[in-house]
Structures are given as structure tokens and as C-alpha cells.
Design a protein around this ligand. Sequence first.
Ligand code: B12
Length: 216
Amino acid sequence: MEDELQIAMADLDEEKTLRIVEERIQAGYTSMEIIESCRRGVEIVGEKYSDSHYYLSDLIMSEEILKEVMRILEPHIPLNTSQTGLSIVMGTIEGDIHDLGKNIIIYLLRSAGYQVHDLGVDVTPEKFIQALNETKASVLGISVLLSFCIGSIKRVIDLLGDAGLRDKVKVVVGGYPVNQQVKEFTGADFYANDVTEALKIYREILLLEESSVSKS
Ligand code: B12
């Protein structure tokens, strides 16, 4: 089915994109559905950039529009004031400065009551390990959009082993190029490249932790 919002986003038509977002909010679409349409739209922007139909300035434009979409959506995202008890360290891997997807996931996780320590972008493997030691977080989320940065994720997971933390920390990788192969290559526990799957994974980890606490 043709998705008007996805097309407006792919065409970089800011006015139309924001109008459809407003209309969909009024019509009762969930924030996740709206984000997903926009994500698919910017995926097309990326394809057009690869085909040389779009330029770097168009990638920047897609960033601006997506940020506006989030500004409109944020007040409509329900806030859970009780904390889940799950503590997560999150960042974009070394060499990569893409952070829109990571920030959306962090926003949604915090709204759902998770405690998230955001390390930002271009995070070295050593910095991830340091943050896990300092925060004692039991989940690590790594975002990656550039394929050539995937190798650094494997280094993070190798370092986790060296630090004796591999059994204590669940690793979730996310981002556009991530798939089952990337999960296997890096040694991560879970992967997600859309918002629904990402939130499902964190809920699953939460349930696992709650059941292991109640057993001990
Ligand atoms: C916007 C954009 C930019 C912006 C980034 C702005 C920002 N602050 O993030 C700017 C203009 C800065 C940029 C720069 C570059 N970009 Co760029 N960019 C994109 C674009 C069009 C959209 C990315 C995006 O924000 N998507 C929307 C969000 C919502 O989706 P998402 O990131 O996938 O996140 C979702 C899921 O993946 C998941 N998720 C994400 N992270 C995580 C983490 C966890 C733990 C979990 C569970 C889930 C999760 O949840 C999110 C919500 O649904 C993509 C195209 C694409 N297909 O993704 C190219 C793309 C990623 N860029 C690309 C390239 C080549 C570049 C540049 C090298 C261009 C250049 N010549 O300089 C630079 C690199 C800069 C750097 N060192 O990082 C390529 C990468 C190719 C590759 N295979 O490696 C892509 C794929 C475009 C293409 N097809 O060629 N880019």
C-alpha cells in the first residue's frame, strides 16, 4: 500500500510531511507508526543519495525534517512516571555520528520508564566498557548506520569478555545495516532496525531480569 507520509518524507517535502504527521496524530495513529513511515521515507532518501539523485545537502534536509517530526510527536508520547529498574547504556559506535534513530529509541525508552545513560556519538569501545563499569547497567545498546563501523561493535563485545562482563550485560545492536548476520558476526544478543522491534526487545530483557530476580 502507498504510504503518503513515507512518500512526502522521501520527496523531502517538509510542509506536506508535517501536515500528514498532524493529521495522523488527530486520526489516532501511534507515534511508532508515524516514526516507522518516516524512517522508511528517509531510507529512500538514502537510496537516492546512493544513486546520486540526491546530495549530502538532501541527507541534511532529511535530518531537519525528522527532527521537526519528533518535536511535533514528543508531547503525544505517553509518559510512564514509574521506573522499570532496567538500566541501559547507549551510544553510536566509533566513527559514526548518526544519532536520530538512537535518540528516538532513547526518548521512547525513557518515556516508558527505563533509565538510559546516553554516551552520544562516535563512542570508542573503551568508553562503552568504562560506562558499563561506572553505571553497573545490565544492557548495552549500540547504534550503527555506517557499515564500515560494524567491526568496532565486535571489538566492544570482545572487550566485554576481557573485562569479565559478557555474562552480566545483554547487548542490543540497532540501525539501518543491522541484521541477523551482523548479530552473529559481532556476537550481540539481539538486533533491531525498527522502533517496534527495538521496544519489544527491551521489554523481553526486562521480563527476563525480573524473572531471574524473583527466582534468586
Ligand atoms: C540523515 C542521514 C545522515 C545525517 C545524520 C544526521 C544525524 N544527526 O543522525 C548526516 C547528513 C549527518 C549524514 C552523514 C553521513 N551519512 Co548518512 N544518512 C542519513 C539517512 C538518510 C537517514 C538516517 C536516519 O536518521 N534514519 C531515520 C532513523 C529513525 O532510522 P535509523 O537510524 O535506522 O533508526 C531506527 C532503527 O534502525 C532503530 N535503531 C537505530 N539505532 C538503534 C540502536 C539500538 C540499540 C536499537 C535497539 C535500535 C536502533 O530504531 C530507529 C527508530 O526506528 C541514512 C539512510 C538510511 N537508510 O538510513 C543515510 C546513511 C546512513 N548515510 C550514509 C552515508 C554514506 C553518510 C556519510 C558518509 C556521507 C558523507 N559523504 O559524508 C556521512 C557520515 C557521517 C558519519 N561519520 O557518521 C549511508 C551509509 C552507507 C553505508 N552502508 O555505510 C546511508 C545508508 C545513505 C546511503 N544509502 O548511502 N547522514
